[in-house]
Design a protein around this ligand. Sequence first.
Ligand code: PGA
Length: 249
Amino acid sequence: MRSKIVAGNWKMNNNLEQTEALLSELSAKLPDTDAEVMVAPTYVNLAGAVASLQGSKIEVIAQNMHFAENGAYTGEISGDMLLNIGVDTCIIGHSERRAYFGETDEILAKKVASALDQGIRVMFCFGEELEDRKSDNHFKVVERQLKNALFSLDASVWSKIILAYEPVWAIGTGETASPEQAQEMHAFIRNTIAEAYNSSIADKVSILYGGSVKPGNAKEIFSKPDVDGGLIGGASLVADDFVDIIKAI
Ligand code: PGA
C-alpha cells in the first residue's frame, strides 16, 4: 500500500506569529485521516513549528537544502541542520527553485543524493512548462527530469522518495491539470520508474499532484488511481481550505 500524503508548501509566507496561528488552527481542525499530513514553513520557523507540533500528527518538512554537508555557502542550510531540529523530510526541485535560483537537473541530482545519504526523505518536484505541453514534449521533459536527478540512485533508497508532479503552468495560476491529465502523467511516471527499476518500486512510490489544488477540485484529482495525494501551495495558507483538501483524500 502506498502512503497517501497531503503536504502544504508555505513558500516565503507567514512570519513567526502567522506561523504559530496557522499551526494552532490546523491542529485544532485536523480531521481524522490515514493520510500523512505535512507542512513546510520557512526555515526560520522550522524549529518552532517542530516544537509547537510535538505529539501532533502533522509533520514539519523543509522547502530546500544544500548538497554540501557544511562549509562556506552563505545563506544555505544543510541536511544535518534539518535533522538536528527534528526535520527529516525535504522538498527538492520545486519549479520556483529551478526557475528563480538556477537549480539544474545536475544540482538537484546532488541534492537528492546528499539528502538520501544523510537519511533525509526527499519530496522530489518536477513538471513541464506550458511550452513543453503545447509542443507535446511533456512526457519527454518529465522523463528527462526523473532520469537526470533520480535514476542513478540505488534501488534501496526509493522507499525514502516521494514524487510530486507539478506542471509549471498550473502552479499558482488557478489553472489545474484536469484529473485525466494528472492521471495520464502519473501513470506515465510510474511506468517510467518500473522500466528504470522494477514494478515493485514503481507501485510503492507515492506520486503527489501539485498545481492549484483547491477544496473544490481536490476530491476528483485524488480519486485517480495513480494520484496519491497533493502538494498544496496557496490553499495550504488558509486552514479551512487545507483541512478540506485533507478531508478530500
Ligand atoms: P499552488 O502551488 O497550489 O499555489 O499552485 C503548488 C506548489 O507550488 O507546490
